[in-house]
Unconditional design. Structure first.
Lengths: 436, 244
């Protein structure tokens, strides 16, 4: 069948296997021995990281195994989604310690992408709270991995894009909450310098993220809204409303241009009238604003879109961000939502994306001009010592990847040791020179 | 809190439905063939909020397994809802070439369901309350060359349920016939999926809604009611020219 990642680019022809048990996966691997395969959860990675000629879906591996309500330690299959975890555990007063910007990701995907959230500066990534997982490796063995057991495989698999084996289930911690609500405080920043200063000033905030208007230049470059949040103790436990608006079809491509995006951005910025605005908001719209619109990616038209997320070191901050934003503003290739965030320290996993610095995420619809712009951005990001998030990537070159992730050789060595090369591969791993 | 018994609890539709019951805090007794998978599902349902979850062995080809129902009723301490969901999708071509395969498919999808219903009908009739829901299929609405062995068994189940409903209505017992169309489950893994396909979670929601609303027959999703009305209405001389 024809299948793609979340950005609808690229689309490829693939066999999708959906085994219902761990044994079924072992069988799928055996029967598929000649061709490499890749695990896929909800397919929320944007580009080609969950795409291969054979895809093994975790859709039926979605069972909870155990939960300890004294410690908040949860064990579940890799195909369980954060959405299901929220549905079951928020009413009991528990919440994922780390959640990305969509709740429609699986636990296996969250580990393979080593996802981060708005609290990375405080708590690190998803994998920093994973106590252990079991992984099916190429020879059919199932290994237990933790920061102390099979540590090399643990470090390669966290953020390893599914290229080391098939993660079957995981054990990780949830955090205690007292209600479904978030106390949100929004600050208006007139430019990038002010925004970064606000991040610094509020580095103790539980959650923080800024939305940037990428079309502004000059004195207004980096005009932004900084949104801080912390878990509220008020409001009780309220289910997330399930009725969501949906984009029924791909929008004609001309709907998204610098004028429409400019208008959207003006509205979004103008929505906050005061310099500081406080409100209590349900965790749903706070963490997952776009989950409220099903199939929102169709806004980008039938060709799909690419997301570009990079991180640059803290000391390169203002200067580096300024040159990137300048480049984007010059190009006029508007990004619908551009999100800026401060990362805390990175972890030891070989391909984990975050390190201490600033990260910016941008969407662009797929076009020749976009790809040219992104190549230029790659060069700027590299000059400032940065790198690009593999989970969002659909187009970077293997040189850009290898420069950005100098530990790729250790990663490959672990893959070799566990026989993963040639068994677990994606179109992305081929493009990045990790598989042939 | 309801007391729910599910036969064929490892089926994708049954499991999705059980998750809704679990979230409500119901007590569940699950029957299936594969005890290992059943244990995983039972554990999961407990964490999702089910008050109690018990499991038992039932193989549709082993009539003596029905002896396990009595103990289950005792352990659950009664029954409010029975959901019968087991089945296989036989390969029509294989069945055409084999009497054994045809009868085996009919036993699993048809005869065993009639046996279960015969046993439970008396229990529900005596207690004068509760709901019996059975996953039949749109395939039972009209025999088609591509799928009539499966269709015949489902058709038998649908007619049986029609009669059972007639009998039990005066006892205040709901008898619900669920007729799913194409559902994307392990049973249909070999098919290419198009716009008419539904997810098991969708079917599960509709089953629970139909139970709550005391419905008699539901097509899931609802548009299959229209499709099957048309398919049933096509005269033979046209129907026979189709490849359906």
């Amino acid at each position: 069948m024809l299948i793609s990642g979340w950005g609808q680019y690229p689309r490829v022809e693939a066999d999708v296997l959906s085994p219902s048990t761990g044994d079924g996966i072992q069988r799928s691997l055996r029967e598929n021995d000649a061709k490499p395969c890749i695990a896929r959860g909800f397919g929320r990675s944007y580009g080609d990281s969950s795409l291969s000629s054979t895809i093994v879906s975790t859709r039926y591996l979605n069972h909870f195994h155990s939960f300890d309500d004294a410690t908040g330690v949860l064990s579940c299959d890799a195909g369980v989604s954060l959405d299901e975890i929220l549905g079951v555990f928020v009413p009991k007063g528990w919440f994922p310690i780390v959640t990305p910007g969509t709740r429609f990701v699986t636990v296996g995907g969250a580990i393979a992408s080593d996802v981060h959230g708005k609290n990375h500066h405080n708590v690190g990534t998803f994998c920093d709270h994973v106590l252990s997982f079991r992984i099916l490796i190429a020879n059919g063995d199932i290994l237990n991995c933790s920061p102390s057991e099979n540590r090399d495989l643990f470090l390669a698999s966290c953020g390893g894009m599914g290229l080391t084996g098939f993660i079957l289930d995981a054990t990780f911690k949830l955090q205690k909450i007292e209600s479904s609500f978030i106390e949100e405080t929004t600050y208006k920043a007139d430019n990038l310098e002010e925004c970064l200063a606000l991040f610094d000033e509020h580095n103790a905030a539980t959650y923080s993220v800024a939305w940037i208007d990428c079309l502004k230049r000059g004195k207004e470059l980096g005009r932004s809204l900084l949104m801080l949040g912390k878990h509220s103790s008020a409001g009780g436990y309220v289910d997330l409303k399930k009725t969501t608006p949906s984009i029924p079809f791909n929008m004609p491509i001309f709907c998204l241009n610098r004028f429409s995006v400019g208008a959207f951005n003006r509205l979004y910025y103008g929505r906050v009238r005061e310099k500081i605005q406080k409100r209590r908001v349900h965790y749903g719209p706070y963490f997952y604003p776009l989950d409220g619109i099903e199939n929102w990616t169709r806004l980008y038209g039938a060709k799909g879109f690419v997301q570009y997320q990079f991180v640059i070191p803290k000391d390169a901050g203002l200067e580096g961000m300024t040159s990137v934003l300048d480049k984007i503003a010059q190009s006029g290739a508007g990004s619908f939502l551009s999100v800026l965030k401060v990362f805390g320290k990175g972890n030891d996993s070989f391909l984990s994306f975050p390190f201490e610095g600033y990260t910016l995420a941008l969407d662009f619809k797929v076009s020749k001009r976009t790809f040219e712009l992104l190549d230029q951005l790659d060069a700027i990001v590299h000059d400032y010592g940065g790198r690009i998030y593999l989970t969002k990537d659909a187009r970077m070159s293997d040189q850009v990847f290898k420069r950005g992730y100098p530990e790729w050789e250790e990663f490959q060595a672990v893959r070799e040791k566990y026989g993963a090369i040639g068994t677990f591969a994606s179109f992305q791993s081929k493009r990045l020179g990790l598989d042939v | 809190m309801k007391k729910v018994m599910i036969i064929g609890a490892t089926s994708a539709i049954a499991e999705a439905t059980a998750r809704i019951f679990a979230k409500r805090g119901d007590a569940l007794f699950l029957f299936a063939r594969d005890q290992e998978r059943l244990a995983v599902i039972a554990n999961d349902l407990k964490i999702r909020g089910a008050r109690d979850v018990y499991t038992g062995l039932y193989d549709a080809l082993e009539q003596q397994d029905m002896a396990n129902f009595e103990g289950a009723l005792k352990q659950l301490d009664g029954i409010d809802i029975l959901l019968v969901a087991h089945g296989v999708l036989p390969d029509q071509k294989v069945c055409e070439a084999s009497v054994d395969d045809t009868l085996r498919a009919f036993d699993i999808n048809g005869t065993s369901v009639l046996a279960i219903l015969t046993y439970f009908a008396n229990i529900f009739e005596a207690q004068k309350k509760g709901s019996i829901a059975v996953i039949s299929s749109v395939a039972g609405d009209r025999g088609r060359q591509s799928n009539y062995v499966y269709g015949a068994a489902k058709g038998a189940v649908s007619i049986f349920l029609q009669g059972l409903r007639h009998r039990l209505v005066k006892s205040g017992v709901q008898v619900l016939t669920v007729k799913p169309g194409f559902v994307d489950t392990p049973m249909t893994a070999a098919f290419d999926k198009g716009a008419l396909w539904a997810q098991p979670e969708q079917i599960a929601k509709l089953v629970v809604k139909a139970l709550d609303q005391k419905k008699s027959v539901v097509y899931t999703p609802g548009f299959w009611g229209v499709i099957m009305l048309i398919i049933r209405s096509i005269p033979d001389w046209i129907f026979h020219k189709t490849r359906l």
